[in-house]
Ligand binder design. Structure first.
Ligand code: SF4
Length: 430
């Protein structure tokens, strides 16, 4: 097993600062880096062992042979402080410090929405956690509601997940403050403003936070980790994740409580090992995941590790159509290069507005504004095919025009979906 690596930047906010030195003995659950100033979050070691190195970016620890499950507990603290001390951040991928999200109580009513949408295809660890035991999630939701003085709690989940829905219905019976809301099976329904739109009927503009609609949205694994921190005094040291794709074992596997800092290669070994014929490794989901390496560590926001199918060869020149909620321009360029295609032009969905350099947000996530103009522009720029990262609704629109212009369409999710024999994201038939 490779040494465990704990980067100082694992979330949105200031990097943490080390409090250990090379040669130190550490115990699982011990704080190894304290929160930095400004949206900081501490880092705890998930293993007992010896500190090997402390660099400007990370702490490396050689774990003892046995990986214990016991941990050093957090001190007895009020719930919000406990969440802060535990180092919990948003686990749906964003990594925003959870204590900050819960820091301002509602003055009048308010709703905490548990995000169980798990809208990235292939990823399934959130739904499996609900099916296995949803009590910690419900407990975390109740704790979050108490902290922000919310009078309602809503669990937003896709109606297609029948077993998880039944488990939740049974678990919330008896607490009349709690309800379920069923989401459509589209991408990106888990985006925060999409959830607000679906659950509360309010479309927030791209710069607004859920608090403007009287809501706080918390991912379901984050809620589970809140319950562990408050009730079991457990710091945030383990992560649930989906491991999928070109594996020697089953194509899609879920692992509960993978210790943070473990190398991708060791996680893949737990999944039976990597098929040597693969395209790339992704950390995250097929839409938003980033290319990773075998020696990269599992971090707080790691929700998936996917070994994709080998890249299909692309045409000489390809046009990129970029979504704010899918692969960004840099990622699409990386994929185009792997396909052997030069980029003929880049177009952005007209709802994907740049809110700060390099960061785009969608005006109305998942509701297509029309794509014909962008497709025709890319064709004029010399594209012989398109590589797109659009949401399901916009992909449908692209598919209504691109083939008529003799432009084959590739989607950023293709490699991951082909690796697990999923239907590709293309035309949605009414
Ligand atoms: S409308 Fe455009 S920017 Fe918004 S989610 Fe769909 S493709 Fe992305």
């Amino acid at each position: 097993m490779r040494p465990f690596v704990f980067p100082f930047s694992q979330h949105i906010g200031a990097p943490s600062a080390p409090v250990v030195q090379p040669g130190d003995r550490v115990q699982r659950g011990q704080c190894i880096a304290e929160a930095g100033e400004g949206l900081g979050s501490p880092v705890y070691t998930s293993v007992s062992g010896t500190v090997l190195t402390v660099t400007d970016e990370a702490i490396t620890i050689q774990a003892d042979d046995a990986l214990p499950t016991a941990y050093l507990p957090l001190p007895d603290l009020p719930p919000l402080e406990c969440i802060r001390q535990a180092g919990i951040v948003g686990l749906g991928g964003a990594g925003f410090p959870t204590y900050q999200k819960l820091a301002v109580p509602f003055l009048n009513g308010g709703v905490v929405i548990a995000n169980a949408s798990e809208c990235e295809p292939v990823l399934t660890h959130n739904i499996q956690a609900i099916e296995r035991d949803c009590q910690p999630i419900i407990r975390g939701l109740q704790l979050a509601m108490d902290i922000v003085h919310a009078d309602r709690g809503v669990i937003a989940i896709k109606a297609i997940h029948g077993q998880a829905v039944r488990a939740l219905q049974q678990a919330i019976a008896g607490d009349e403050r709690l309800a379920l809301h069923f989401l459509p099976n589209v991408y990106p329904v888990g985006e925060e403003r999409a959830i607000i739109r679906e659950v509360l009927g309010t479309l927030l503009d791209a710069g607004s936070l859920p608090s403007k609609a009287g809501a706080v949205i918390v991912n379901v694994e984050t809620l589970q980790r809140i319950a562990e921190a408050v009730d079991d005094k457990k710091p945030f040291i383990d992560k649930d994740m989906t491991v999928a794709g070109k594996l020697k074992g089953e194509e899609i596997q879920v692992f509960h409580d993978v210790p943070l800092g473990m190398a991708v290669s060791d996680v893949l070994e737990k999944a039976g090992g990597l098929d040597p014929e693969y395209g790339e490794l992704i950390m995250g989901g097929p839409f938003m995941g980033k290319r990773t390496t075998l020696d990269a560590p599992v971090v707080k926001t790691t929700g998936g590790i996917i070994a994709t199918e080998t890249f299909l060869p692309g045409p000489e020149k390809i046009g990129l159509l970029v979504c704010a909620c899918g692969a960004d321009e840099k990622r699409l360029r990386e994929m185009a290069a792997s396909m052997g295609s030069a980029v003929a032009g880049v177009a952005f969905c007209k709802q994907a507005h740049e809110v700060k350099p390099g960061v785009r947000k969608c005006d109305n996530p998942g509701h297509c504004p029309g794509q014909v103009q962008r497709v025709m522009t890319l064709k004029k720029e010399g594209a012989q095919a398109l590589l797109i990262s659009n949401c399901t609704d916009c992909t449908n629109t692209v598919m209504a025009c691109a083939p008529q212009l003799h432009l084959p369409v590739y989607h950023c999710t293709d490699g991951a979906l082909r690796a697990v024999h999923h239907k590709l994201i293309r035309r949605i038939k009414a």
